[in-house]
Design a protein around this ligand. Structure first.
Ligand code: AMP
Length: 454
């Protein structure tokens, strides 16, 4: 099957050529002709399957059919006399994903006059508002910022012809369901709706039944993990040992691009900080990080000298990052599909990769579910802690954590209580504490005279 055979027109075929795609992927073969026919799509597919091109290319082609209609009262008209009205809305859960989808739309619509932009929270709205005012045909957005700018009258959704909801399960997980309902209701009922999700849980299914009309369902089963290419290993290790083991592993393993997946934002920051403390360059990304910092972290990670990327799933999901040599699951993912997704970031395009998982006793249940899904027992291993005596301050931190006791603090306390330092702060060269002025006691005449004499 070729892209020509899928019914794509010249501007799209040129873009395919520039992108360097030889043959369409499975989801593109399934989706492109149906979307061109105007059908709604319910797609169960993960990142890496080529799904963005699968929905973006035919959507662009359909927009081209109506983009050159005469302007209505000159509104949103560009200098060339073309009307730019918001006719395609793409919703994505995270800023990174929205940015990436927008990049893809830009790439695929390069040989057209369509305009597109992206809006998301965490950055000032002014440049986004200015771009919207100049008129766009395609808008990629995260739900919060979209509703915000809609509420302030900076955009209208009544001309939307195609509504695309990407990573729907994640949008639901992140609590965007009410926002999504509001947005869908703001678009015309007569529209084409394309909904893509890595998994289709019950609630996505229910909403899809309301939002989509007689959809064509596509299910791209996650690629099996290429066992021969990815060396998977499980280390049974308790939570309080994970930090130290991670550092020892990273220090002792020849690595290329390395991703560490953690569960929470706090973990991302803490683990990133710990790695930097021992001289391993690391950057962390999570949903709370400022957009500029996240962008820089990803750019650095894609560079030739990548730092270790410590990421939550939310921040990393959908990011198209290739050539990852090592994936480390600092926490066992709660959903087995996510394990496949994380591990699948390595061992791509014939390259070898290593995926290790640090599993504490309370995470064994999740590991069992992963093994069920991948239909194999994952090999386990022990970590030889004593082989790494040269990380003194980590050893201490580890000791403190394990025993709940800090030898340095104990020494300080002993010195004070034996009076070696006199026990007061002045003898240690610290600034003495300011004595609080007594308040509330009235100054008497006697006090004033005593003061004068003194
Ligand atoms: P996606 O699943 O949309 O995140 O796409 C993952 C990666 O596959 C992106 O880097 C795309 O540029 C790339 N891609 C999409 N379609 C094709 C294709 N037909 N052939 C080769 N690469 C593709």
């Amino acid at each position: 099957m070729t892209f020509e055979e899928l019914g794509l027109s010249d501007p799209l075929l040129k873009a395919v050529k520039v992108a360097g795609y030889d043959t369409p992927t499975e989801i593109q073969i399934e989706a492109i002709p149906r979307i061109l026919d105007g059908k709604d799509i319910l797609g169960c597919a993960q990142t890496g399957t080529g799904k963005t091109a699968a929905f973006a290319m035919p959507t662009i082609q359909r927009l081209l059919k109506t983009s050159l209609r005469p302007p209505r009262g000159g509104k949103n008209k560009s200098r060339r006399g073309i009307v730019h009205e918001l006719r395609c809305l793409v919703l994505a859960p995270t800023r990174e994903l929205a940015g990436q989808i927008s990049e893809n739309f830009r790439e695929y619509s390069h040989f057209t006059r369509l305009r597109q932009t992206v809006i998301f929270g965490g950055v000032g709205p002014k440049p986004q508002i200015q771009r919207l005012q100049r008129g766009v045909d395609i808008l990629v957005a995260t739900p919060g910022r979209l509703l915000d700018l809609h509420g302030k009258g900076h955009l209208e959704l009544d001309q939307v012809q195609t509504l695309i909801i990407d990573e729907a399960d994640m949008l639901f997980d992140m609590g965007f369901i009410k926002d999504l309902e509001r947005i869908v209701n703001l678009t015309p009922p007569k529209r084409q709706t394309l909904l893509f999700s890595a998994t289709i849980p019950e609630e996505v299914q229910q909403q899809a039944a309301q939002w989509l009309r007689n959809p064509y369902s596509i299910e791209i089963t996650p690629e099996a993990i290429p066992i021969e290419l990815i060396n998977q290993k499980i280390y049974f290790i308790e939570r309080d040992e994970k930090d130290q083991m991670l550092i020892q592993y990273l220090c002792s393993t020849p690595r290329g691009r390395t991703m560490v997946f953690v569960r929470t934002r706090l973990d991302a920051d803490r683990v990133g900080r710990n790695l930097n403390k021992v001289g391993l360059t690391a950057v962390s990304i999570h949903g709370e990080k400022a957009q500029a910092k996240r962008k820089r972290a990803i750019t650095d990670f894609k560079s030739d000298e990548p730092p270790i990327l410590v990421a939550t799933d939310v921040a990393a999901r959908g990011l198209d990052i290739s050539k990852v040599s090592h994936v480390i699951n600092y926490a066992v993912p709660e959903f087995p599909e996510i394990y496949i997704h994380r591990v699948g970031r390595t061992g791509r395009a014939g390259a070898k990769g290593e995926a290790i998982t640090l599993c504490s006793s309370d995470e064994r249940y999740h590991l069992g579910r992963i093994e069920e899904l991948v239909d194999m027992k994952l090999p386990t291993s022990q970590w030889p802690f004593e082989d790494f005596p040269d990380l003194p301050h980590l050893e201490k931190a580890y000791h403190r954590k394990k025993t709940g006791h800090d030898p340095r603090r104990k020494q300080r306390w002993e010195k004070r209580s034996t009076g070696k330092h006199g026990g007061n702060s002045e003898s240690k060269g610290r600034k003495p504490k300011k004595k609080r002025k007594s308040r509330g006691k009235a100054i008497t005449q006697k006090d004033i005279q005593a003061n004068k004499r003194g």
